[in-house]
Structures are given as C-alpha cells and as structure tokens.
Design a protein around this ligand. Structure first.
Ligand code: BES
Ligand code: ZN
Length: 387
C-alpha cells in the first residue's frame, strides 16, 4: 500500500495537468523516487482536484518548490465540517450576519493609538533570529516557547482574569499557541498567523522567516497586547470571545490550523469569523491584497468596510490559490474566513522561503496598516450581537 500508491497510472497524471494551473503534474515529482525505503515515513497530501497522494518528505518539498499546493491530511484523514446554520424549533433558521455598519469607531481609534510599532520591531528582531522555525526542528520548538512566554507575559501584565493561553500539541515537535479572551458568549472571532518558517531549498536550513510569517505573527501579538487595554474586553464583557492563533507547521501543508479547526468542527464550536495574517511586511505598491478565493464573500464585505474606515491605504482583490495559507483550513472546516495579504499576489515578497527573508526587507509602516485592520476587525466583531 505504501509505495504502490505512488506509482500511479498515466490517467491520474492527466487529471493533474488539467487541474493544477501553472504547475507541472504532481506525479512528475513523486515519480522521482523509484522505491521508498521501508523505514521512510509517507505522508498523505490532498491536491486541488481533490485527489490524494502518499509522498515522502523529500517529495513534499520538491512539490513545494514547484509551487504545487496541498493540504497534508495525514493526521486529519476525515474532514469534519461545522454548519453555521443553527436550527431552532419549527424549522426556524437563524443565519449569522456580518455588520454592515461600524459601531466601535472611537474605541478602535483609541486602541490604534496604542498599537506600538517599536514593540513589533523588537519582537520581530527576536522571532526572526532563530536559525529557523521549522516545525520539526529544535529551534522551531524554542521559537514556539518564546512566543508562548511572550503571550503569557502580556496576559500577566494586563491583569485580565478573562485572558488565557494554551499550547496545542501535534504529531510533530512544534506546538501551536492559542490565546483566548473570553466574552459573554462562546461565539468566537479568530485572528491567526503561522509561526513556522522554512528554507525551501533545504528545509532544515537557515530561515529567518521575517515576512513569512514572522510579520503576521508579531503583528497579531501586538494586537493582542493592545486589545487587552480595552477595559470591557479585558474584563470579559464583550458579547463575543476573541482568539489569537499562532499555527505550527503551516509550511508543511497547513498542519497546525487544520488540527485546530478540525477539532473545533468536531466539537461544534461556533467560530463566527477568522482573519488570516500571513505576510504583512512587504508592499512595494503600498496596498493590501484582499484574497477572494477560499474566503467568505460576506465576511470579505465586512473586511472591506474595516479597511475603508480604519486603514490609511487601499486594497486590490487578488487570488492566492488552493491551500496557500491557514484561512483555507478554516474554510475547509466550515468557518467563514478572510485573508488580507500584504499586496497583490503578483507583487509579493520574492525572498520568502530563502535566507533573504530577513528583517532588513520589512516595511514596518505596512505592518502598522495591518495592525489597524486587525484591531478594527476584532473590536467591531467582538461587539456584534448578530454574527
Ligand atoms: N505565506 C505563504 C503563502 C503565500 C506565498 C501567499 C506567496 C502569497 C504569496 C505560505 O507560507 C506558503 O508558503 N504556503 C505554501 C502552501 C502550503 C500549503 C504548503 C506555498 O505557497 O507553497
Ligand atoms: Zn511560506
């Protein structure tokens, strides 16, 4: 079963050639390995056309270098899907609605005035100084622990009894980090970023990952610190619960985010909205990229409203492709997601996944724009009764 599944008939190769835009067929890469040694573990990847393949680790990175996107579903073979339509008695159906007007403008502006880019810089300096944050490396565990300690320190300094942080462990060594600020209901709004980094030429090689995705990780960390200065949110008086996620193993196939959202779907947890922040520190055209594929159109309409009111730059609509980042895990699990990227996909940072993705190439003014977006998105939704 292990290796026979790899050497697939030409039929499958044809299917890939048709369905994966701009990528050569998957089997070309997988067939590079004639025989897998008995001892070598295999992983199950799912591709855009819905087909799956079992691959070795080397083949995984070969595919990634060729820009073939996939979910690694080895640990999540069955997909659970949350249904946001809640049925009450007599077939009444209540459907969540995202706000069409903003109600927290003065409080959001106060929070924005407290969002401190110097903190983002100091934290990103440290977070991008690990040799890499690879999901199976010792340094990837050390970086996760550093992050966990920062979140813990922010909670202690805030004095909030409603904020907490936990580690989510996985089948690999790096853990995800989840911080929660309880509201008066369990309805939850999530902002997420991936904490791992990769050097795609040599996965265990040097990878500062300053933009991908140290930038998003540290942008949401500062938003967490800032939002806890809101006395109502910090006291647990907002109607909805807020969560901050730092996913492990995104670069290997959206591992941490799949594990978390699949668990939530199995638990029937109501995640009303998810905002993904992957790459927020490089924007030659000084604009956001609002990702339109694998995201929720209604939530995107709200996100546009937030950008228009709280940010000082505009956006272009752009596509990211199948399984390009963690919002796809939320979408797959049945949760509405938005992804605001650093710019048009075509103008994205050319240094990612290399040793050149360093803090020297980071535009902190652009991170500040994302900071304003995050604070607006979270605060408005924290106080929205109908989501
Ligand atoms: N941050 C990237 C995704 C990205 C890259 C978005 C360039 C926009 C422009 C992410 O960390 C990544 O590398 N994703 C993988 C896919 C993943 C499922 C293995 C990719 O794009 O190769
Ligand atoms: Zn990446």
């Amino acid at each position: 079963m292990r290796s026979s599944a790899i050497l697939l008939p030409a039929l499958a190769a044809t299917a890939f050639a048709c369905n994966l835009e701009s990528s050569p067929n998957v089997d070309r890469f997988i067939r590079l390995r004639a025989v897998s040694p008995e001892s070598e573990p295999l992983y199950t990847l799912e591709f855009e056309d819905g087909s799956t393949r079992q691959v070795t680790d080397d083949e995984r990175w070969e595919l990634k270098r060729a820009h073939v996107r996939f979910f690694d579903i080895t640990d999540e073979p069955v997909t659970a899907t949350y249904s946001s339509v809640s049925r009450t008695t007599n077939d009444e159906v209540s459907i969540a609605a995202f706000p069409t007007a903003l109600t927290q403008v003065s409080q959001v502006n106060t929070l924005i005035s407290r969002y401190t880019i110097a903190n983002v810089r100091t934290n990103l300096q440290r977070f991008s100084s690990f040799y890499n944050r690879y999901y199976r490396a010792t340094t990837g565990v050390e970086s996760a622990q550093w992050l966990f300690d920062q979140v813990s320190a922010i909670i202690s300094a805030s004095g909030s009894s409603r904020a907490s942080v936990r580690k989510v462990t996985h089948s690999f060594s790096q853990f995800s980090v989840v911080a929660t600020i309880q509201g008066t209901s369990a309805k939850t709004v999530v902002v997420g970023a991936h904490q791992d980094s990769i050097n795609s030429r040599s996965p265990t090689g040097e990878a500062a990952g300053a933009d991908d995705d140290g930038s998003g990780s540290m942008a949401i960390l500062e938003a967490f610190r800032t939002i806890l200065t809101d006395s109502r949110i910090s006291a647990g008086q907002a109607p909805n619960t807020l969560e901050f996620h730092w996913y492990a193993g995104e670069e290997a196939g959206l591992l941490g985010s799949q594990a978390i959202f699949q668990q939530y779907a199995r638990d029937g947890k109501n995640v009303a909205a998810m905002l993904n922040q992957d790459m927020v520190g490089y924007s030659p055209r000084n604009q956001f990229g609002l990702i339109t594929d694998n995201t929720n159109a209604q939530l995107n309409a709200f996100t546009r409203l937030v950008i228009g009111r709280y940010a000082s730059i505009g956006f272009v609509e752009t596509r990211c492709g199948y399984a390009c980042s963690d919002h796809a895990s939320a979408t797959r699990s049945g949760y509405p997601a938005s992804f605001v990227f650093e710019g048009a996909f075509a103008n994205s940072n050319p240094s990612i996944h290399t040793t050149s993705d360093t803090i020297a190439n980071i535009n902190f003014n652009h991170i500040y724009e994302h900071g304003k977006l995050i604070l607006g998105f979270l605060t408005e939704l924290a106080f929205s009764p109908n989501i």
